[in-house]
Design a protein around this ligand. Structure first.
Ligand code: UD1
Length: 434
């Protein structure tokens, strides 16, 4: 019997996070499963008739949304993170409605699997979001190259094909979900596909691992060229998700920014090399210890310039959090954003907390001010929210209220409990005005 996940927020009630900062974090924290790996893997269950089992799935709102979407698509989903069971498919339902897709752009990841398995998909266009236009043209162009007929109808993408045919797909830029959608579609296509200029993120590699467990023939994931030899059908899988590198990085910055000492368990150090090297350049000690890492800072933070880039570069998903650390530094740091065009929404909010940051084009110039003050601030997207929470933990003077933390619930499992266990004075307040 499928059990429904309980939604952790409703749009009519807005929670906030109240933080009294100035305490160095100390102790240990365990990193949860990677959201961005779990989402495509949940969508990959659409490629098979069989029952699939996932472990180490984080309890997040985006997981609930994906479970809901799979139910609408005819799957029985028993969603009890860290375990999720996706039952056999009961019907060939192929429509992903606007109500769900608008909540979570990654819903577009059902397009490739539905089209490949059922020959048809009708998926709402995701639309814009806070951090930029984020089009899906590369997904559509790639599927067309595999032989799909694509049309747009009243805000929906309609994709059809009797059976997809393997082909060479060249992406204009590395796109994470685009690469994942095409890998899933090509897995059931007739013949060989070569996907060129692919995203190389660890989550892409993780999806390839799962597809291969299902019987797919995917090679080269983690490089710019992924080869997929299509097969007739795919089987079920049982898989435990990798740790979330962005959650791990967020706690690393929180430890460093508060001048604390934190042991981070289950940290995928090998997925964070560019980020950790910038952290070290900023004067933060990062000492790997098996599957854990100890992060501490005792001296002054040093300014370091950062440019975000697709993996293995510095992750755009760590830019906002790292900026808080740069606010505490001795000089001025240039932080350039090359992945998304509008990802400095946290800058004015950090300004309310005493930060001195100027944005010019794709760069933010962060003049270190040594300390921040508590303030009433508004979260605008997932990673911006995390940066405001870290800023609140740093601010020794006054109290910080971060509004609209539903963004955080999309991507950080039990964040306030984890931070409280590290000695933070943080509590959730319900029922705030949006
Ligand atoms: C994924 C991650 C997100 C991360 C981002 C970049 C998931 C669920 N989300 O998002 O957390 O911030 O990678 O690391 O894994 N683009 C196009 N056309 C397309 C597709 C992408 O122009 O068809 C552009 C985007 O606007 C952006 C760039 O390509 O400028 C990279 O975006 P992409 O890698 O696709 O991001 P997502 O997969 O949406």
């Amino acid at each position: 019997m499928a059990r429904k996940c309980t939604p952790r927020y409703s749009w009519s009630r807005v929670d906030g996070m109240r933080i009294r900062g100035g305490r160095p974090l100390s102790g240990s924290v365990q990193v949860s499963g990677a959201k961005n790996a779990a989402l495509p893997i949940l969508c990959a269950t659409l490629l098979t008739e069989g029952e699939c089992l996932l472990g180490n799935v984080p309890a997040l709102h985006d997981i609930d949304t994906t479970a809901e979407l799979l139910r609408i698509l005819g799957r029985a989903v028993d969603c009890r993170p860290p375990r999720v069971r996706v039952g056999p498919s009961t019907a060939a339902l192929v429509e992903a409605p606007y109500d769900l897709v608008k909540k979570m752009r990654a819903s577009v990841l059902v397009l490739g699997p539905l089209l490949a398995r059922f020959g048809r998909a009708r998926v709402s266009l995701p639309g814009g979001c806070q951090i930029g236009a984020r089009p899906v043209d590369q997904h559509l162009k790639g599927l067309e190259t595999l032989g799909a007929r694509i049309s747009l109808d009243k805000g929906y993408i309609l994709a059809e094909a009797e059976r997809l045919r393997g082909a060479e797909v060249v992406f204009d830029m590395p796109t994470v979900t685009g690469t994942e959608n095409l890998m899933m579609a090509a897995a059931l296509a007739h013949g060989q596909s070569a996907l060129i200029n692919c995203a190389r993120e660890p989550e892409v590699v993780e999806l390839a691992r799962v597809l291969n467990k299902m019987g797919a023939r995917v090679s080269g994931a983690g490089t710019a060229v992924v080869q997929v030899e299509g097969v007739r059908e795919l089987g079920p899988f049982d898989h435990s998700i990798i740790s979330d590198r962005i959650e791990a990085g967020t706690y690393m910055v929180a430890a460093a920014a508060t001048g604390g000492e934190v042991r981070i368990e289950r940290v995928p150090v090998e997925h964070l090399e560019a980020f950790i090297s910038k952290l070290r350049a900023a004067g933060v000690a990062v000492e790997p210890d098996g599957a854990a890492a100890c992060v501490s800072r005792s001296g002054q933070v040093r300014s370091v310039d950062v440019t975000t880039a697709p993996y293995p570069g510095f992750p755009t998903d760590m830019q906002a959090q790292f900026m808080v650390l740069m606010c505490l530094a001795g000089g001025t740091a240039r932080m350039s954003e090359t992945v998304f065009e509008n990802r400095f929404m946290h800058v004015p909010e950090l300004g309310r907390m005493g930060a001195a940051i100027e944005v010019s084009g794709h760069s933010a110039y962060v003049r270190g001010v040594g300390r921040l003050q508590g303030a009433d601030v508004m979260a605008t997207d997932l990673r911006a929210s995390a940066s405001l929470v870290i800023a609140g933990l740093v601010a020794a003077q006054g109290e910080t209220l971060v509004r609209r933390v539903y963004h955080l619930d999309r991507g950080y499992e039990h964040m306030e409990q984890k931070l409280r266990a590290l000695g933070a004075d943080i509590e959730r307040v319900a029922g705030l005005k949006a």
